[in-house]
Design a protein around this ligand. Structure first.
Ligand SMILES: [Zn+2]
Length: 240
């Protein structure tokens, strides 16, 4: 479903609306326009209201900062990279190879990028490797955070914890009680990351989005709705 495009400074941004089996709104501004994902259970009136509100918000955002091109992030040797509350220094070398690799020692990230690839592919390698090495370094921290939250609030049967390069989910949990957290959340405020951890831990007890599930989440984090809201509004900008 598409509504009238937003016209900002002579540029048209399509507004794509999809009704989904979900329980929260999700808005993102991307290269292809504005996408609004709406729970299919809401009323027509509520939907119209939400779309108007979202279009107004998207207009303000786009006027303030026009969307970045995909992979427009440029990284250079010696750059400082701030992720959450940590600062990293990049060391980038281009090698005459087909494959790229990366390592991290203390806060120095060394990237060996295949110079035989196209520039676009090199940029993609940089962003994939960056999120991989940082996720690997931060995993012990995430594991202890999730274990603590689990002991404090749920005492659920928790198996392993992973960072995953999810495209469209913030977290997930598997049938063998593993919890996966999106690498994008490396860039989110601590409390937002904590909310996603709580959400996934609650799924270890309730494998659905029932009332009982949300009650568990709310008991563990009474202001969780603010975090949902943050993800809905700011989440699209997270990541490399
Ligand atoms: Zn869920």
């Amino acid at each position: 479903m598409i509504t009238l495009p937003l016209n900002i400074n002579g540029k048209k941004y399509p507004v794509l609306i999809s009704l989904e089996d979900r329980d929260s709104y999700r808005v993102s501004i991307g290269k292809k326009g504005i996408s609004i994902r709406i729970p299919q259970s809401i009323s027509r009136d509520e939907m119209v209201r939400e779309i108007l509100k979202t279009k107004k918000w998207a207009k303000e955002q786009l006027e303030r900062s026009p969307p970045k091109e995909e992979y427009s992030n440029e990284y250079h040797d010696g750059d400082k990279l701030i992720v959450g509350d940590k600062e990293y220094t990049l060391s980038i070398m281009y090698m005459p190879k087909q494959s790229s690799s990366a390592g991290i020692i203390n806060n120095i990230i060394s990237l060996n990028i295949a110079s035989e690839l196209s520039e676009e592919k090199q940029k993609k390698h940089i962003s994939v490797l960056l999120s991989r090495v940082i996720a690997r370094q931060r995993l012990p921290e995430l594991e202890s955070k999730i274990k603590q939250l689990n002991e404090k609030h749920f005492q659920a049967n928790l198996n392993k914890v992973f960072f995953k390069k999810h495209r469209s989910k913030w977290g997930s949990c598997s049938s063998n009680n593993n919890v996966n957290i999106s690498t994008k959340l490396l860039f989110a405020p601590d409390e937002v990351l904590e909310y996603v951890c709580i959400h996934e831990l609650a799924h270890l007890k309730e494998h659905n989005h029932s009332k009982q599930f949300w009650a568990l989440v709310e008991t563990a984090m009474p202001n969780y709705k603010e975090k949902e809201d943050w993800l809905k509004k700011q989440g699209g900008n997270l990541g490399f």
